[in-house]
Design a protein around this ligand. Structure first.
Ligand SMILES: *Cc1c(COP(=O)(O)O)cnc(C)c1O
Length: 396
């Protein structure tokens, strides 16, 4: 088999160079471990960007995909299919939501939620269309998702960007109040900011935001693309903050590795009706079979309880690293979503050293790395990964 370097040369020759990849060509994965083209083994603390919630190639998902592939792969949404009904029922019966629409990615689900907001404004709020989002948020790469993302450098490249978005500090209810106008129809926020560097709000932030939205007929849209499907230790992140959103956006972990997204809404908020939205592949039998099998396993095997236990372990081990290394100045962790922040911009060096030591991380900020392992990672695997991270930090 060709080496990492030979494969990387092929990428350099053919790809649009939009993603600065790490020099690791992953050829195989099992649980919380992956192997590269040179045969090197790694503990995977990235899990496909918080996607592989049951690890790599979980048998229940592999089996469901194989069985579905041999039964029915794609039909179009002009017909009903069984796996889509199954995952729809599971999501609605286990959430505060009443209706779901399936699509193929997080950005697409964000677009759907924004369409709900637009329709809601026309139907119930004199055409209001303004959406308040948070600075340092991340909502995806399509034009509206870019516009919703509160990071100016994503906008400048593509101006003019769609209008109608206002940005406020995360975790600041007063800022939302001040930014609210007659034209405000929705507030769209991540329960914990993921790409922003794992920023965790105060316990009462979402309850206060909920109250403000209720008083002003504003939809509370939670972008749970990263926090949903167990990442924070509850099936959905909103449960951790004792609020119920009007609209919820899912993707990433929903498919246990396959590409799927969804937006869900309460009955009163689901302003889309016949003809307002659609998708060729959305909720296709293959992806929904994977989502249904993985979600059933997650619920039946108390993986959420396991996340709560592993959160304690992960926090403890990361605190240990903070005590040991003076340049580690903050640990931010909720559920199995964590960031290790440094006192200077040494993320690239940490990434290199971590890969050399055999652990994969995500370089989320110039001064921070993110850890978001499979939700079924064991204590022993956490210890092994942290041991390798310890080695890496000793070498930077
Ligand atoms: C990753 C992410 C998205 C975008 O999802 P894609 O599937 O990459 O389009 C949107 N919102 C949040 C919170 C995310 O973490």
């Amino acid at each position: 088999m060709p080496s990492n370097a030979e494969y990387i040369a092929i990428e350099q020759k053919y790809y649009a160079q939009t993603v600065r990849r790490r020099p690791v060509v992953i050829v195989r994965g099992e649980g919380s471990r992956v192997w590269d083209a040179d045969g090197k083994e790694y503990v995977d603390f990235v899990a496909g960007w918080a996607v592989d919630n049951l690890g790599h190639c979980p048998p229940v998902v592999v089996e469901a995909i194989a069985k579905q592939a041999a039964t029915l792969i794609q039909t179009s949404n002009q017909f009903y299919t069984l796996p889509q009904l199954e995952i729809a029922e599971m999501l609605i019966e286990n959430s505060c939501m009443d209706r779901v629409f399936f699509c193929n990615s997080g950005a697409e689900a964000v677009e759907g939620a924004l369409k709900i907001a637009r329709r809601y404004g026309k139907l119930h709020k004199n055409g209001a269309y303004g959406v308040i989002t948070a600075l340092n948020s991340f909502h995806g790469r399509t034009m509206n998702a870019v516009a919703a993302t509160g990071q100016p450098h994503y906008h400048e490249l593509f101006e003019p960007i769609p209008e109608g978005f206002t940005y406020v500090d995360f975790n600041d209810v007063e800022a939302v109040m001040n930014a609210t106008t007659e034209n405000t129809v929705a507030v769209m926020i991540e329960p914990v900011q993921g790409e922003g560097g794992v920023n965790i709000p105060d316990d009462d932030y979402f309850q206060r935001l909920r109250a403000w939205c209720d008083q002003n007929n504003i939809l509370l849209i939670l972008d749970e693309v990263q926090t949903g499907m167990g990442r924070l230790g509850s099936l959905f992140g909103y449960e951790e903050f004792n609020v119920e959103p009007d609209v919820m956006i899912l993707a990433k972990g929903l498919g246990f590795g396959v590409p799927i997204g969804a937006f869900l809404a309460k009955e009163d908020a689901m302003a889309l009706t016949y003809g307002d939205h659609g998708s060729t592949f959305g909720g296709n039998p293959l992806t929904t079979a994977a989502a249904a099998a993985g979600t059933r396993y997650l619920l039946d095997n108390d993986i959420l309880g396991h996340v709560k236990q592993m959160e304690v372990v992960l926090k403890d081990r990361l605190d240990g690293l903070k005590s040991k290394y003076g340049f580690v100045n903050e640990i931010r962790c909720k559920g199995l979503l964590a960031a290790v922040a440094f006192d200077s911009d040494i993320m690239p060096q940490v990434m290199d050293a971590a890969e050399a030591a055999g652990v994969l991380l995500n370089g989320v900020r110039p001064n921070a790395v993110r850890i978001m392992p499979a939700l079924n990672i064991t204590e022993a695997e956490i210890d092994e990964g942290i041991g390798r991270l310890d080695t890496a930090l000793g070498n930077v």
